[in-house]
Design a protein around this ligand. Structure first.
Ligand code: B12
Length: 250
């Protein structure tokens, strides 16, 4: 199976950092962690390519190559998403959408053939089986907010880390609060779910193992929501940090 994963472009607002990135020689601020995580749920035998439109335009040859095009998006990426949909439809490629835009607007599909609503850890297996059988359903809905022990390591091998100003890691999803400006409770629920400290260090190790030594953004819904757990995690991070371990090296 040949799967093309596409991250649409973010608009030129403050948060795209579009004008600042050239000063630091980078193409985008953050990697597409949702797509990279979902890619980790796909069979290793499948051929995957990922194109982040914040780094480069969508190559027509990659669209032709793909059996399926998988796209992730925030609401803010809608304009770019619509362009991707138009391109893939013109090429006759079936599209599967997931991520915050599709979860927040499940009833208002912008034009993909199949939609995955919610976190994908417990829906991926059925989707994969249906893709293999050539019988993909229009809609897959997460049955619950999944336990984060089900979350795979992101497929960092699908991107060039050097193109990004910051890497992203996640130790928790969900938030106990109800801030009016934030969509996270609607997406990931009120009850915080945590990776174990060991599992979280696995995320840091994976990035370090790929040579990353730059800034790393903790994209948690609420890192400090539960102070005791936050303290525990900081403790193991300090123990893990090469800076604090340096004196142990002979
Ligand atoms: C990092 C981040 C950013 C980064 C960049 C995005 C990036 N490339 O990572 C930056 C800082 C640039 C950013 C900017 C903005 N962001 Co932002 N961001 C986040 C944050 C904190 C983490 C994203 C992440 O990595 N999540 C971790 C991954 C693993 O989760 P996930 O993406 O949901 O993926 C899972 C599922 O959704 C699914 N999935 C995802 N993609 C796909 C694709 C397919 C095909 C399938 C099947 C499944 C699937 O599988 C994954 C595993 O379950 C989220 C909050 C959050 N918790 O997600 C907000 C969030 C996505 N951002 C949000 C917003 C509003 C913005 C801004 C518009 C803020 C603003 N007012 O300017 C800007 C937009 C940028 C712009 N230029 O206009 C909202 C989006 C709401 C919505 N419904 O669209 C969120 C949810 C925050 C919030 N609390 O409301 N953001």
């Amino acid at each position: 199976m040949r799967v093309l994963l596409v991250e649409p472009r973010t608009p030129d607002t403050f948060w795209s950092f579009r004008n600042a990135l050239p000063f630091v020689g980078k193409r985008a601020s953050n990697p597409p962690l949702g797509l990279l995580t979902f890619a980790g749920l796909l069979p290793r035998a499948w051929e995957l390519k990922l194109v982040d439109l914040n780094c480069r335009p969508l190559p027509a040859a990659d669209v032709r190559w793909a059996d399926y095009v998988l796209v992730s998006a925030m609401l803010a990426q809608r304009d770019s998403l619509l362009e991707v949909i138009a391109t893939c439809r013109a090429a006759g490629k079936p599209m599967i959408g997931g991520g915050p835009l599709f979860t927040a607007e499940a009833a208002d599909n912008p034009g993909v053939d199949h939609v995955v609503v919610g976190e994908a850890e417990e829906t991926a297996a059925a989707l994969v089986a249906d893709m293999e059988a050539g019988r993909v359903r229009p809609l897959y809905e997460a049955p619950r907010y999944p336990d984060l022990s089900l979350t795979p390591l992101p497929r960092w091998d699908l991107i060039d880390l050097r193109e990004y100003a910051t890497m992203s890691v996640q130790s928790c999803r969900g938030c106990p609060f109800d801030c009016e400006f934030c969509d996270v409770v609607a997406l990931n629920g009120h009850k915080p779910r945590y990776k174990t400290p060991v599992r979280f260090l696995g995320d840091l190790d994976a990035l370090r193992g790929r040579g990353w030594r730059g800034k790393t953004f903790l994209v948690d819904d609420n890192f400090v929501g539960e102070p005791r757990r936050c303290e525990e995690l900081m403790g193991v991070m300090i123990g893990w940090s090469p800076a604090t371990r340096a004196h142990d090296v002979p």
